[in-house]
Design a binder for this molecule. Structure first.
Ligand code: PXP
Length: 247
């Protein structure tokens, strides 16, 4: 069964396990290659300022060795811009980053930083990278992302996923409705729409069913599930659910 919905597999947390012991294994690049074999349409890796999981050498190897597109997640800093311009990955996804957070907690504040971000992404676009902006499902942020010249917006699905696990069905449904409307709004402006954060086998299908969504980026759940069923099976089951939702 074919589908126009792509799965980007985020391999950050393979590096989290490696770094917990300061060892050379498990190798995130090996995981990325297995993910390719399992049907991942792209690999996502977030080089954080504090290098808590993915490191510079991982990015070098991913850029050199992958056969599917690399989506390089990064904060809007000069250091990350220079790294991205050196590697020229297929895509860069600009995310907010705070040292004290456990994960990327919210979307980027584009509307308040429009000028700075417009200047920041211009050289990345000129270098041929598809620039994606990770934002909340919010009309003002989508309009600002469009004005600064982003090609893609990735909608943050974290709130929807959190409500799902806590059984707050009204809030979950409201959040899903907001995502649905904003996916459609972003698409109407000509932006390509991606989504991700916190997605699991239980939460993926309603989001995968939005016809405007072209790519889901999923990591933490898949790497965790790999402990029980193996990485390839963990990923191919996610793809199967995505395709089922889309069909
Ligand atoms: N998309 C973006 C922009 C992210 O920052 C992350 C987390 O690194 C993900 C998707 C994947 O989220 P998760 O690991 O919860 O699946």
């Amino acid at each position: 069964m074919s589908s126009n919905l792509r799965l980007g597999v985020n391999i950050d947390h393979v590096a989290t396990v490696r770094n917990a012991r300061g060892s050379a294994y498990p190798d995130p690049v090996r995981a990325a290659k297995l993910a390719e074999e399992a049907g991942a349409d792209g690999i996502t890796a977030h080089l954080r300022e504090d290098r808590r999981h993915i490191g510079d050498a991982d990015i070098e190897r991913l850029a050199a060795e992958l056969t599917v597109p690399l989506n390089f997640e990064m904060a809007a800093t000069d250091e990350m811009q220079a790294i991205a311009l050196r590697h020229k990955p297929h895509a860069v996804c600009i995310v907010p980053e705070k040292r004290e957070e456990r994960t990327t907690e919210g979307g980027l504040e584009v509307a308040r930083e429009e000028n700075r971000l417009a200047h920041f992404i211009a050289p990345l676009r000129d270098a041929g990278c598809r620039v994606s902006i990770f934002i909340a499902a919010d009309r003002a942020q989508i309009e600002a992302a469009n004005r600064i010249g982003a090609a893609v917006v990735e909608l943050h699905t974290g709130a929807y996923c959190d409500f799902h696990s806590e059984g707050e069905f009204k809030e979950r449904d409201d959040e899903l409705q907001r995502l649905r409307e904003m996916a459609s709004f972003a698409h109407s402006l000509g932006l390509e729409v991606h989504a991700g954060h916190g997605l699991t086998y239980d939460t993926v299908k309603p989001v995968a069913a939005f016809p405007e969504v072209m790519e889901l980026n999923i990591g933490h759940f898949l790497i965790g599930e790999a402990i029980f069923r193996g990485l390839k099976d963990s990923i191919s089951e996610m793809k199967r659910l995505m395709q089922e939702a889309r069909a």
